[in-house]
Design a protein around this ligand. Structure first.
Ligand code: ADP
Ligand code: ASP
Ligand code: MG
Length: 407
């Protein structure tokens, strides 16, 4: 008998009507003879609502307590879905992360899964039950509730699929697959039948929130067959595949963007060995992750140094940089939290020159100023002002003909 892990995101379980529709879909799958483990997110908006409640009391909230609070969102949906299944005559049982248990490290609000005990789930499956598991949450070795970072239900689903050696992990969401870019920004975006695991990893890490990056990493590591599809309409969705040969080979597969970054610059720093570590050392000590880094060519013995961080860390990073500026005798520390990063992704880039030039040309024609650039083997990213995001994505989509299926 085939074993599937289904995952339903927030919009798909956004109200009782939708939870009942999900239950109908699960009943149908079970009637086909599939064994099913179902992971659900909190109802749409619920995690944000809980976050706002916490911030209304303590800002920033204590991360251990925040996890206790955030995990309640998913606990509501597992119980409601289980009831809806039972109401339809389908035996079902719900589990929180701690009940499974899904054991994680102690990194509250961004915990990593260390181990999953599949004993109770397998016993339920053997009795013909549908097992409903809360996404996004786990438990530490000593019993504290943890959460896995925003979008973490994807990772719960993939990790369960790996641990149970499921035949496929199906991520049901509010779009019918992975598109060339976010269809909410570019309506002409095209659904991809397949995307390589490597490209999906880049897209996710560069800001495409359709899959949490850790879920893609997990799928790669444990070879979990993974598919993204709609919970509202039937269709094949998008298969994340490991076989590059079977994938259409366009130069560019997609455009990702990230609205969550901010840029910091220190101007007129003495240009001498060790300066980069003097600037970034204190940032790292404050546990702030740095993404892009650019150092200008020095002139007159001084240079400028720019880097990006998550927007949530902008204020903290700027305070640190101002201190560093004084210590180093630099001219000025400045910042901008109205930037976005836009990236082109494609394995075809490896073997083709000229992609960057074409990208910069398309942006120049729209009068969009590029503030930073970074490249790797299969991606090119630029930082631009946030007001140009939609224009940049659409003009790049058109310049690279992403709306057309490659011949
Ligand atoms: P869920 O609540 O089901 O986890 P998410 O909101 O996390 O759903 O992810 C689905 C959303 O991801 C879509 O509604 C879409 O706006 C966005 N998205 C961003 N990039 C892409 C892309 N390349 N393809 C499809 N969807 C994308
Ligand atoms: N409910 C969590 C969030 O909003 C986890 C998820 O939906 O995957 O981030
Ligand atoms: Mg999601």
């Amino acid at each position: 008998m085939t074993l599937y892990v289904h995952k339903y995101g927030g919009t798909s379980v956004g109200n009782l009507e939708r939870i009942k529709q999900v239950a109908d879909r699960i009943v149908q799958a079970r009637q086909r003879g599939d064994r099913l483990v179902v992971v659900v997110s909190a109802m749409s908006g619920e995690t944000n609502r809980l976050l706002a409640l916490a911030r209304g009391v303590q800002d920033p909230p204590d991360s251990r307590e925040l996890d206790v609070l955030l995990a309640t969102g998913e606990q509501v949906t597992i119980a409601l879905l289980s009831m809806a299944l039972q109401q339809r005559g389908c035996p079902a049982c719900s589990y929180t992360g701690g009940q499974v248990p899904i054991v994680t490290d102690r990194a509250h609000t961004k915990a990593r899964i260390l181990d999953i005990d599949t004993g109770r789930i397998e016993a339920d499956l053997a009795q013909g039950k549908v097992v409903v598991v809360a996404g996004f949450q786990g438990v530490t070795g000593d019993g504290d509730i943890t959460t896995l970072g925003r979008g973490g239900s994807d990772t719960t689903a993939v990790a369960l699929a790996a641990a149970l050696k499921a035949d496929e992990c199906l991520i049901y969401t509010d779009v019918d697959g992975v598109y060339t870019t976010d269809p909410r920004v570019e309506p002409r975006a095209r659904r991809l039948d397949r995307i390589t695991f490597e490209e999906m990893l880049e897209m996710a890490s560069l800001g495409s929130k359709v899959l949490q990056i850790r879920s893609v990493e997990f799928a790669g590591k444990y070879n979990v067959p993974l598919r993204v599809l709609s919970s509202f309409v039937e269709g094949p969705g998008t298969l994340i595949t490991y076989e590059e040969e079977s994938v259409e080979k366009p130069l560019i597969s997609g455009i990702a963007f990230n609205r969550d970054e901010a840029k910091l610059t220190i101007l007129g720093v003495p240009d001498r060995p060790g300066i980069a570590s003097k600037i970034l050392g204190p940032i790292a000590e404050a546990n702030i992750e740095v993404d892009m880094i650019v150092q200008n060519v020095g002139e007159d013995g001084s240079t400028d140094f720019t880097f990006t961080v998550h927007r949530n860390e902008y204020r903290r990073a700027l305070d640190i940089l101002r201190r560093v500026c004084d210590q180093l005798g630099a001219r000025e520390a400045a910042g901008d939290d109205t930037i976005v990063k836009v990236s082109l992704v494609g394995v075809g880039m490896r073997s083709h020159a000229g992609i960057a030039a074409k990208m910069f040309d398309a942006l120049a024609r729209e009068g969009i100023n590029i503030q930073m650039i970074s490249t790797s083997e299969i991606k090119i990213s630029v930082v631009i002002n946030e007001k140009y995001l939609e224009l940049a994505v659409r003009s790049l989509h058109e310049a690279f003909h992403l709306d057309q299926s490659p011949a």
